[in-house]
Design a binder for this molecule. Sequence first.
Ligand SMILES: Cc1cc2nc3c(=O)[nH]c(=O)nc-3n(C[C@H](O)[C@H](O)[C@H](O)COP(=O)(O)OP(=O)(O)OC[C@H]3O[C@@H](n4cnc5c(N)ncnc54)[C@H](O)[C@@H]3O)c2cc1C
Length: 481
Amino acid sequence: VSGEHPVDVIVVGSGVVGLSIARELGRAGITTSCIGPGHDGDGAASAAAGAMLGALGEVTAGAAGEPERDELLLRLAAAAAYPGFVDELEDETGRTVARGSGTVVVANLVNEQDRANLRAISATAHEHGVRVEDVDPDEVAGLNPARGYEAVGACHLPDEGWVDTSELLVALAYAVRTGERTDLERATVSGIRTDGGRVVGVELADGTVRGASTVVLAAGVAVQELLDGIGEPVGPLPGLLPGKGVSIRVRAPELAVPHVIRTPNRDFACGTHVVPRGDGSTYIGATNRVSATPGAGPGITPGELHSLLNSAIHEINTGFRTAEYLTSCFGLRPLTTDHHPLVGATAVPGLFVATGTYRNGVLLAPELARVVTEELTGRAPHNPFRPDAPFRRGRVRREEMLDAVDAGMRDLVSFLVEPGGHLPYNRHRELRTFLQALGRGAACGGDTAEFRRMRELLERYPIAEMVPQVFYEITTDRRPA
Ligand SMILES: Cc1cc2nc3c(=O)[nH]c(=O)nc-3n(C[C@H](O)[C@H](O)[C@H](O)COP(=O)(O)OP(=O)(O)OC[C@H]3O[C@@H](n4cnc5c(N)ncnc54)[C@H](O)[C@@H]3O)c2cc1C
């Protein structure tokens, strides 16, 4: 391949991950070109993030496997290193990047999981020696929920921070564009070039090529398409799905507080959260629609804006109702099919991936950059999320599928009764248990006690009335997960 300016490394993608990697490689003395259409195009996840630096706020009750623990440790390491990362970036570029520390997590009765997640956050903070304190929700500055949505518990994580992503991206892009060993090219990569099975460069959408002996795919959810087009065995990699998230910005100086206020993770998303911005505005996030669910296509739906605003106004601060509306934005979070980040060398010599950051890419970007840089400079970093990590082999075990069904059905029911709705009595728990039993049966080919019982009843009494019979048998026999 005859590239115009052959470099050591090409980083594909100019979101927070690609830019952080290119900058770090340059600092390590590796000539690097970062290629991407810009960090703020439609669908770029980085531009849609607030962003919380949510090491502990992202803890979810019951997620206790080894990869979950490794990911927590990665988030904690990233959070501890973040102030230094931003300080250096500011020194290097002469630009300011607004950030701060302090996150208040509030639990209310809208979502049953809130209190369990709040307890898990506090317990995990204690376990890892991170400062946490229970606070009276009435004393939290900026928290003024509507009647019926009052918080029933809150904890303050004084060291859990936030960063203004728009200022961060501008500073990172500047650092890469002006770095001694780095450059930033505004272009789209249409394919990866290989020769004799190893990477030799990339082809751009206009047909020109750029040569490099190493290519790092850091194009967020678009990494999947680039991998699919290679035509070489890239190894058994997890798939990538888009988790579309919508966020908005409002101006309400009287409501602005210098810390994050968030609910815990809930209903497939990272809760409702408000994050300060450097220009005095307030960021409100975020929804999550994965893959082919209704509304997951490009663009922002009225339903997404409604659920975001409904939650922020009722659960965080009724004052947002009269704030000045500024902008809305959507981004596609890169979600791997095993739920964990994906970083390191693939089976194609010279080809690396760095993605799968899902809800935490702004926080994790400097850590991914460190891992890639250490690998490319011959050090062997501790990297539990490399493509051939042991936990990735032989996945989709029965237990994992059943766990996914249980959590998915729980969140589905909870999600369906939002916003503001609820089923009478204990109906949502019964429905959840019923759907979990059906989902578990379906996931393992119908070979569960509930499925056998259902077949037995329907064979004997092939009438619709048998469905409630099964429903009550299942929901009274089993405790909901
Ligand atoms: C609403 C929302 C809220 C979030 N909140 C937080 C938060 O509070 N904290 C946090 O840490 N994370 C948060 N995240 C997650 C975080 O934003 C992502 O994990 C992270 O931004 C992923 O970064 P990325 O660089 O991999 O992807 P992206 O930002 O999507 O960047 C990928 C880049 O690659 C480019 N590209 C695509 N195809 C090509 C191609 N063929 N050639 C060249 N370039 C290409 C795109 O144009 C884009 O610029 C949030 C995400 C969303 C959507």
